[in-house]
Design a protein around this ligand. Structure first.
Ligand SMILES: CC(C)(COP(=O)(O)OP(=O)(O)OC[C@H]1O[C@@H](n2cnc3c(N)ncnc32)[C@H](O)[C@@H]1OP(=O)(O)O)[C@@H](O)C(=O)NCCC(=O)NCCS
Length: 292
């Protein structure tokens, strides 16, 4: 189905028909800087990529055509093969800065809710991709969470933001989960987490401390823990897995330098993660994990 906006026509994507025009998009390293793969070297490779993107179950992609001159300037739509309806957009460099992406995205969001029947849409955007984040905000998506990802063609992992919009506001939204971890010396464990993980102590209470709030990063909010002193001095060891970004190797170095016990070697896990673990004094095992 075609979609229309005041300045654009969205036409069902056809790799054979649109690859030639769209090679100006997928062949441009400045545009592909954010993409899941590097720029395509030829029209044929662009055609293959478009075919692959259309092959994902549920994919609904449109070529974006400017009404005034009929130029095909990009692609937008809903990704295939994802658990939740995922928005996508990409435009030729020459078409940036005219509001076309937001105009096209608004039409796709409206279509997803009104005609496809989705009750929510989301977009995954690299945290430094400010233009794409701005598009999300213009079409009503707000930040829902973050995770770390690594594309096969890149050396290092990067931070992704998940932005989403529900058709009707969600009655419940869990913003954080805070596990409670029992430790004998709350102040010492808090200091250790600050030294090794760059954590932040949001509060600490009691003399000596019997409870502390820990944010596992240097910002005002983020994943965290509550440390509590157990009533009878005994702690059942637990295991925590922390998803961390490009600082993974540096974290291991700071763990070793801090003298924390039981820093294990880095292991490439079969589930696509590089991981190492360290132990807190009570035997709790903290696994630091990053994409392989
Ligand atoms: C993400 C991307 C599609 C955004 O394109 P964009 O042109 O910046 O986005 P918009 O359509 O919202 O345009 C906004 C700009 O148009 C300007 N504009 C000009 N005329 C306008 C109009 N009539 N209406 C609205 N905005 C207008 C705005 O002021 C704004 O300019 P600014 O960024 O200089 O402030 C583009 O940067 C891109 O293709 N990036 C590479 C691919 C990519 O990262 N995709 C997303 C992966 S998650």
């Amino acid at each position: 189905m075609d979609l229309r906006t005041s300045r654009l026509e969205l036409l069902p994507l056809d790799p054979d028909e649109h690859a030639e025009a769209l090679h100006a998009v997928y062949g441009d390293p400045a545009v592909m800087r954010w993409w899941t793969c590097p720029e395509r070297a030829s029209v044929e490779r662009t055609r293959q990529l478009l075919t692959e993107e259309l092959a994902g179950p549920g994919a609904l992609l449109w070529a974006v055509r400017r009404a005034e001159d009929g130029a095909v300037i990009g692609v937008t739509g809903l990704l295939g093969g994802v658990a939740l309806p995922g928005l996508t957009w990409i435009l030729a460099r020459r078409a940036w800065g005219r509001g076309f992406a937001a105009e096209a995205a608004a039409a796709v969001v409206d279509h997803a809710f009104r005609h496809v029947g989705h009750d929510r849409v989301e977009a995954w955007v690299e945290s430094t991709n400010t233009r794409s984040i701005a598009v999300c905000r213009k079409v009503g998506l707000t930040e829902r969470g973050r995770f770390v990802q690594r594309y096969g063609h890149r050396d290092r992992p990067h931070e992704m933001i998940v932005l989403g919009r529900a058709g009707t506001p969600d009655p419940v939204s869990v913003v954080h989960l805070q596990p409670v971890v029992q430790v004998v010396d709350v102040a010492a464990t808090a200091a250790l987490l600050v030294a090794v993980l760059g954590a932040r102590v949001s509060f600490i209470a009691g003399e000596p401390a019997h409870v502390a709030g820990i944010v596992l990063g240097p910002w005002s909010t983020g994943p965290g823990l509550r440390l509590v002193r157990p009533p009878r001095g005994e702690c059942a060891p637990v295991e925590l897995v922390l998803d961390v970004g490009p600082g993974f190797v540096g974290l291991r170095e700071s763990a070793l330098a801090s003298g924390v016990a039981g820093v294990e070697p880095i292991v490439d896990q079969p589930w696509g993660r590089r991981e190492f673990a360290l132990r807190l004094p009570e035997g709790h095992r903290v696994v630091l994990s990053t994409p392989s």
